[in-house]
Design a protein around this ligand. Structure first.
Ligand code: SF4
Ligand code: SF4
Length: 239
C-alpha cells in the first residue's frame, strides 16, 4: 500500500487502522513503512482518508503473497478460499484431511496483530519435515515451498511479511508427540508469535485420540468441537 504525498495532509487518521502499525509519523510526516506493510488492505478499505491519498500499488510476485496471507478478500488459487487460503481444520468431516490413525497439526504464525516473516514459517516447516510429516497440498503455504519434502521455501519469499501463515500437516498418530515437541523447541527460535491447532477424528468410543498426547505432554489445550449433522453438504466418506 502507498500514500500519495501530493494529496496527504499528514493528519494521521489512517494510523490506527493498520493492524501491524506500519503507518508511522516521523517529523510530522505520515508514511507507510513498505517493508512492514503486509498488504492487508484495511487502511484503504476503511475509507478513513479525507484526501483519498491511500492507494494500492500493483502487487507483483513475490510481494503478492503478503496480500494472499493478510487480506481477507484475496482468494488463494490453490483452494479458492480467501483469508489465509485453507479450510479450517474443524471441517475435517467434509474435507477428510485427517483420517483415522492420524493427527492434524496447524502452526499459525503471526497472530495476534504482529505478523510474521516467511523465514519463520520455513523454520517450522523444515523442522517438522525432518520428522516425515505430510504438508497439506491445498494450502498456499505448501506451494510456497520449493521442496515440500524438506520444508524449504522458495528463496525469494523468505523475507516477505504476512499477517499470518498456517503451516499445516498430517502426522501418523504415533509420531504426533515427537512432532509437537519439535514445534515447541523450534518456536523458541522464532521472531513471531504462534498458535498451535491439533485435530483428530472422534473415535468409536467418543474419545478424541490427540487429547491423550496433549495430556501426556502436560500442555494446556482449549477443547473445541464441531458436530456436522449433514445439512447441505455431503460428508466425506473414508475408503
Ligand atoms: S495495507 Fe494493511 S498493513 Fe499495509 S499499511 Fe495498510 S493497514 Fe497497514
Ligand atoms: S488519513 Fe490520508 S491524509 Fe491523513 S495521514 Fe493518512 S494518508 Fe495522509
Amino acid at each position: 500500500m502507498r500514500i500519495n504525498k501530493d494529496l496527504c495532509v499528514n493528519c494521521g487518521m489512517c494510523m490506527n487502522r493498520c493492524p501491524v502499525s506500519a503507518i508511522k509519523k516521523t517529523d510530522k510526516v505520515v508514511d507507510i513503512d513498505f517493508d512492514e506493510c503486509v498488504e492487508c488492505g484495511v487502511c484503504l478499505r476503511s475509507n478513513v482518508c479525507p484526501k483519498k491519498a491511500i492507494y494500492q500499488q500493483p502487487l507483483e510476485y513475490p510481494r503478492s503473497v503478503r496480500s494472499l496471507m493478510s487480506d481477507v478478500l484475496t482468494i488463494a488459487p490453490e483452494s479458492g478460499i480467501s483469508g489465509r487460503g485453507t479450510e479450517e481444520m474443524k471441517t475435517n468431516e467434509v474435507t477428510g484431511r485427517f483420517p483415522d490413525g492420524t493427527v492434524g497439526i496447524a502452526v499459525e504464525l503471526g497472530r495476534p496483530c504482529y505478523g510474521a516473516r516467511l523465514y519463520d514459517a520455513e523454520k517450522i516447516a523444515m523442522a517438522v519435515a525432518a520428522e516425515g510429516v505430510e504438508f497439506e497440498a491445498c494450502n498456499p503455504v505448501t506451494t510456497m515451498m520449493s521442496d515440500p519434502k524438506t520444508g524449504k521455501f522458495k528463496e525469494e519469499l523468505l523475507n516477505e511479511k504476512v499477517l499470518s501463515a498456517i503451516v499445516e500437516m498430517t502426522v501418523p498418530y504415533e509420531k504426533a508427540e515427537s512432532v509437537l515437541k519439535t514445534i515447541y523447541k523450534t518456536a523458541e527460535t522464532l521472531d513471531c508469535f504462534l498458535s498451535l491447532d491439533i485435530c483428530s477424528k472422534v473415535d468409536q468410543d467418543g474419545n478424541l485420540p490427540h487429547m491423550e498426547i496433549v495430556k501426556k505432554m502436560g500442555v494446556w489445550c482449549s477443547l473445541n468441537g464441531k458436530t456436522n449433522v449433514g445439512l447441505g453438504r455431503p460428508l466425506y466418506q473414508e475408503k
